[in-house]
Design a binder for this molecule. Structure first.
Ligand code: EPZ
Length: 423
């Protein structure tokens, strides 16, 4: 169980350049979608250092895919000529919810599969009722037996219209994966997620021959085709990773430049960083943050894209502990996204959680403390607190953070964080 020892300082700002990795939440659906293709799919800019990507590789191999990893070039070549096994085991879903995306792909290609029902996680229950309601609308039948969803579309996916009751990122991707090979059928999906990662999947599928059309605000129409052809695709930059490192400069009065990221994927988040006093410069594929002045307070609500991303909220909460005055954050996506708050309070932060709202009274100093991480984004939020606190912090269970951040330790060292690993 790896720990990070961080010696922070309230006066030393981080400085440096970070090359943003490919987006974890883009590459996972892209990898699952490879099941649909007749031949080799090549993915570039893959965040191979993120453990969830390794889990998805193992999952695909367990189904019979051939996966070639070109580590130095950050390339995955996935060959799916072989008939796949149709069982997605619990051991893959339990640590990586995105394994549920294999269900849509297997259903789309083979019209049936058995997928373990994902458990909850520290963010709260992670139901897939919308996914299943969508599949049902497209002529699928399913039952739950011994923790596995056994799903089948006896006469294939049929045309129809499904509207998501609320925006669901992997729900949207799953329905698209199930629909693109429904040859001759027309499937309309509304109230879809328009997160950049979902749009990257749609772009990839279209370039492989899928017929997916935007027919209105958050609505697409899919004309099923017979087959898709494998091709090359560059994964978009990870906007959550980019925001995380920008927050490192924001909380420590530092200066960071992030390359290989599209600022258009962080419009709302960059507006908030500017509002609290950070100087932001962007060009088409980089973002620079310089923090010279004292931080200001703010109030915000998380929301589906293009709103403020729930995944960015824990890191902003950490930054706001240094903004003199009262800030308020309302989390609207998950029931339990404030796992970093009690750990930051151990460092002296003043955060009070009432239901889905965090009330933060910012102040000047935090002090190092022993902390325990409990989920992916809270890990980074705690690291932010530790780097801005006076003294040493020991953060346990950092493996949660290694699920979604490639090169976390090396990147933190590179920007000047005084960090050591401790087993
Ligand atoms: C995706 O999770 C991301 N994961 C999450 O990132 C992200 O926080 C989340 O979207 C919201 O943006 C991946 O893309 C792999 P949802 P997902 O379905 O798809 C409820 C990270 O940090 N809901 O958009 O699982 C659900 O409980 C991770 O990288 C249902 O009720 O989230 C939640 O309250 C954490 N029934 C809300 O909808 C369903 O069938 C949004 O969930 C599906 C979802």
């Amino acid at each position: 169980m790896e720990k990070f020892l961080i010696k922070g300082s309230s006066s030393k700002g981080v400085k440096g350049l970070i090359n943003c990795s490919g987006a974890k939440n883009a590459v996972l659906p892209l990898m699952a979608s490879s099941i649909l293709f007749e031949n080799t799919v090549t993915l570039k800019n893959v965040p191979l250092g993120a453990n969830d990507v390794q889990t998805m590789i193992i999952l695909l191999k367990s189904l019979g895919s051939k996966v070639q990893i070109l580590k130095k070039k950050k390339i995955l070549k996935i060959n799916n000529t072989k008939k796949h096994k149709l069982l997605v085991k619990y051991q893959y879903i339990s640590t990586m919810r995105a394994g549920v995306l294999a269900m849509g792909a297997l259903l789309g290609k083979y019209k049936k599969c058995s997928t373990a029902l994902s458990g909850g996680c520290s963010l709260g229950p992670r139901p897939i009722g919308y996914h299943l309601a969508g599949f049902k609308k497209l002529n699928c039948k399913y039952n739950l037996n011994k923790g596995y969803i056994n799903i089948i579309s006896p006469n294939g996916i049929k045309g129809g219209h499904f509207r998501f009751p609320r925006v669901s990122v992997t729900g949207t991707s799953n329905l698209i994966l199930a629909s693109v090979l429904a040859n001759g059928q027309v499937i309309t999906i509304s109230n879809i997620s328009i997160e950049p990662e979902v749009l990257d999947l749609i772009k990839f599928l279209r370039n492989g021959g899928a017929r997916i059309y935007n027919t209105g605000k958050r609505t697409i129409k899919i004309y099923g085709v017979k087959k898709l052809n494998g091709h090359q695709h560059e994964v978009i930059g990870d906007r959550i990773e980019a925001f995380s490192y920008l927050c490192a400069a924001a909380i420590t009065k530092g200066k960071i430049k992030i390359k290989k990221i599209d600022p258009k994927h962080l419009i709302t988040e960059l507006k908030v960083l500017k509002k609290i006093g950070c100087i932001i410069k962007v060009d088409k594929s980089s973002i620079e943050l310089n923090r010279k002045n004292n931080l200001k307070t703010t109030n915000l609500k998380t929301a589906p894209f293009p709103g403020f991303a729930t995944d960015c909220m824990p890191m902003l909460m950490a930054v706001l502990t240094k903004a003199a005055g009262k800030s308020k954050i309302e989390e609207t996506i998950f029931t339990n996204r404030y796992m970093a708050a009690p750990e930051l309070v151990r460092m002296g932060a003043k955060i009070n959680i009432k239901k889905s709202i965090a009330f933060i009274i910012g102040q000047s100093n935090l002090n190092g403390a022993d902390c325990i991480s409990s989920d992916l984004r809270s890990t980074f939020a705690i690291i932010l607190g530790a780097m801005a606190a006076n003294g040493e912090s020991c953060i346990s269970r950092v493996y949660h953070g290694l699920r979604g951040y490639s090169n976390l330790y090396n990147n933190l060292k590179k920007i000047g964080v005084n960090i050591k690993k401790k087993s």
